[in-house]
Design a protein around this ligand. Structure first.
Ligand code: BGC
Length: 506
């Protein structure tokens, strides 16, 4: 009997030891996997590092590239495109004007009534998503769709666009265009999710005008502008100190007011104002100082436009979610903290930036929104809280880098036009004796307007780079619907009834 008891006891002890060993073994393994995941995060943080020193290098590189892009055609990855907008709306414009705003995931139609005397603007706006097949199909289909939307919109507002009175229209087309006048230009290339092959190299306003004519609409495309230019026009309408405009939405870009004599590649360019708005196309900016990760390299290589739009791919709404997806995929492949690797993680752009922002800004104690999005969007379920926290951290690192780089871009412009307080001197930043003029920058785009963390990081970086003394002279103004409303304003100031051609190329 005693032997039996002893045997059982020993058996139980051995089994207990085996279980304990298994548990310990599993813990050690899981700790190792966790360590690996933390290693991936650490590596991400290091390669996304944006110290003030590094941001200042980006500022300098941006200013240098701006000079190079203005000096010669093709002199820089920054195209520094002429816009032929040599005067910004004065506020005295009168009448009813239309605008079409095409460039992101949504398309807008606007109608603005201008009363002169810098009146309050209260545009009628209608927004609709662009059907995906139209972004990659035939140009005629896209422009017919736009013309039909405009037709419906105008009829709803009881404006007969088939009447004998011609209406004027501002067309915001947010892609790189080589302008030949304020109302004409050819598409250089598509960016973001658009890829209509037959349109590249074609006249953009002409294509729209033909579609309007096909529909029998009595409308004239009075101006063809980039969204940054529309934003600058509206920004300047509300605040005369506005010198630049930045878009941070699906894509990113900036434009600013430049002296014509600084546009060296276009010698003989004369405008009565002595200046012109330059569309930088900063999405294509590149510098070795940009903090680039292996995820950026892969994203770029797998994109339809490799080696293009490098700055945009680190900053804008089209890409941020996809960078996060790539990091989560790598972690998931290297450990099982996300459970078995979800096939959704292999789908490009499965995680969109709005969902990423929602996870980043989830302030519930259990991070329930993070859990929901992981489940609904990426098919990853039952992740423990500490893994959900990890996801928030990834979003934070990616967004912080984006916002800080955008801030450096803004300071780069200010430096180029002598508004960064450095007095044009690189290095020695003792600025107490420099008299700073109030300087406003108009900003638009969902990343800036709807993503609080992004906005806060951008402001924080502006202050860090410029220093408090200078930063308090720099104002960032949000211009709601600026890209469209600004185009209507420019249509008014370039209307056939009132405009004089102020620009000469001699
Ligand atoms: C385009 C720019 C545009 C920006 C913001 C970029 O992809 O190249 O022309 O201004 O997106 O919409």
């Amino acid at each position: 009997m005693g032997k039996v008891v002893l045997g059982v006891t020993v058996g139980v002890a051995v089994a207990a030891c085996a279980v304990a060993a298994l548990v310990v073994g599993r813990r050690v393994r899981s700790r190792k996997k966790w360590k690996r995941v933390v290693g991936v995060l650490k590596e991400l943080e290091e390669s996304c590092e944006t110290t003030v020193g590094r941001l200042r290098q980006v500022v300098d590189a941006m200013a240098v590239e701006m000079h190079a892009g203005l000096a010669s055609e093709g002199g820089s990855k920054l195209k520094m495109l002429l816009t032929f907008v040599d005067n910004l709306p004065s506020g005295s414009e009168k009448g009813i004007f239309y605008a079409l705003d095409l460039g992101g995931t949504n398309f807008r139609v606007l109608r603005v009534e201008l009363g002169g005397q810098r009146s309050e603007l209260d545009p009628d706006v209608e927004q609709q998503p662009i059907p995906e097949q139209l972004m990659t199909g035939r140009s005629e289909d896209l422009f017919d769709f736009i013309a039909s939307s405009l037709h419906r919109f105008a009829e709803k507002g009881n404006d007969s666009v088939q009447s004998s009175i011609m209406k004027e229209l501002g067309f915001t087309f947010s892609f790189p265009v080589k302008q030949t006048s304020v109302s004409s230009g050819v598409l250089i290339k598509w960016t973001k999710a658009f890829a209509i092959k037959d349109m590249v190299g074609k006249e953009v306003a002409g294509a729209l005008q033909q579609a309007l004519d096909r529909k029998g609409l009595n409308m004239r495309v009075a101006v063809l502008v980039n969204d940054t230019v529309g934003t600058l026009a509206l920004g300047h309408y509300h605040d005369a100190d506005t010198v630049a405009a930045v878009i941070i939405g699906t894509g990113t870009n900036a434009c600013y007011w430049e002296r014509t004599d600084a546009i060296i590649k276009c010698q003989g360019l004369l405008t009565t104002s002595g200046g012109m708005v330059v569309n930088m196309e900063w999405g294509n900016f590149w510098s070795s100082h940009l903090p680039r990760t292996s995820y950026d390299i892969d994203l770029d290589a797998e994109s339809p436009n490799p080696n293009d739009q490098g700055f945009e791919k680190m900053i804008s709404g089209m890409y941020l979610g996809d960078i996060v997806r790539r990091v989560v995929l790598r972690m998931s492949e290297e450990s099982d903290v996300f459970g078995p690797v979800s096939s959704r993680l292999y789908v490009p752009f499965a995680l969109r930036t709005p969902a990423m922002a929602a996870m980043h800004e989830d302030d519930s104690p259990e991070l329930t929104e993070v859990a929901k999005i992981l489940q609904d969007v990426l098919d990853i379920s039952d992740v423990p809280l500490k893994v959900r926290k990890l996801v928030v951290k990834i979003c934070d690192v990616v967004t912080r880098r984006a916002a800080r780089l955008a801030a450096a871009g803004i300071v780069g412009i200010l430096k180029k036009i002598g508004r960064d307080g450095s007095g044009g001197i690189t290095g020695g930043r003792s600025r107490s004796d420099i008299k700073m003029r109030r300087t406003a920058v108009a900003v638009e785009g969902s990343l800036y307007t709807q993503y609080t963390m992004f906005r806060e990081y951008l402001h924080e970086a502006l202050h860090e780079i410029l220093g408090e003394d200078i930063a308090r002279h720099v104002v960032i103004n949000v211009t709601e619907d600026g890209s469209g409303t600004g185009a209507a304003l420019l249509a008014a100031s370039h209307s056939s009834s009132g405009s004089v051609d102020n620009i000469q190329l001699v």
